[in-house]
Design a protein around this ligand. Structure first.
Ligand code: SF4
Length: 211
């Protein structure tokens, strides 16, 4: 379920809300997802990325996320990314971005690109001026292969994700599609062509390498 402003609760102190990798600060703001990817570590009971334990027992509250960003000016990027889909907490995410915007070089969201589909409206204008970059999981060159690997909860997710990317180009300066090399049936060249045709960047990831 997407977020309402009432849903955020305090997370316990043992949870990893903020973690640092590659000079970036990552914010793990929910474990909920609109996809159920067969390759996802959490569905294989693996919640650790590098040395960080990313399982949450609550969605962390706004103040805790801001605190977890640490000194945001110290990092190359603040990245909303964890073992969950950050845009399921869109309003909290945007509130955090608003709070830290003046202190950061760059804010990125790693996303499945389904936020507008889940919220039932085009949410990409909400990100304008707050979010510098989106990394969107394309994951496959067509809906059949996408559905096989990503097992979306909502039918029509693949097309909705592409529509999100088309809209996002107008409001987010840097949009990148990603796909994972090594998943059966996934044609990386065809995925790259989709990104090229949409006029956005492309990056391929390697299976079982996260973070
Ligand atoms: S979108 Fe990411 S976190 Fe969610 S199920 Fe897929 S791989 Fe896992």
């Amino acid at each position: 379920m997407a977020e309402t402003r009432e849903t955020a609760r305090l997370a316990g102190p043992e949870q990893t809300v903020g973690y640092t990798l590659h000079g970036n600060r990552y914010l793990n703001i929910t474990n909920r997802c609109s996809l159920r990817c067969a390759f996802c570590p959490k569905f294989n009971d693996e919640w650790t990325v590098q040395e960080y334990q990313l399982r949450l027992d609550h969605d962390p509250a706004l103040e805790e996320i801001v605190a977890a960003a640490g000194n945001p000016e110290d990092y190359q990027e603040i990245v909303f990314c964890g073992l969950g889909e950050p845009t399921l907490r869109l309003y909290t995410l945007l509130d955090v971005a608003t709070r830290i915007r003046h202190r950061v070089k760059r804010i990125r969201i790693n996303t499945d690109g389904l936020a507008s589909f889940v919220y039932g409206r085009d949410v990409t204008p909400d990100m304008e001026g707050l979010i510098d970059a989106l990394s969107v999981s394309l994951n496959a060159q067509n809906a059949d292969i996408y559905n096989r690997h990503c097992r979306p909860k909502l039918p029509g997710s693949y097309g909705a994700m592409l529509d999100f990317v088309r809209r996002a180009r107008e409001f987010i300066p840097d949009v990148t599609l990603t796909a994972i090399d090594g998943l059966s049936g996934v044609d990386i060249s065809a995925c790259e062509k989709i990104a090229h045709d949409l006029g956005v960047k492309f990056r391929h990831r390697v299976l079982d390498v996260v973070g």
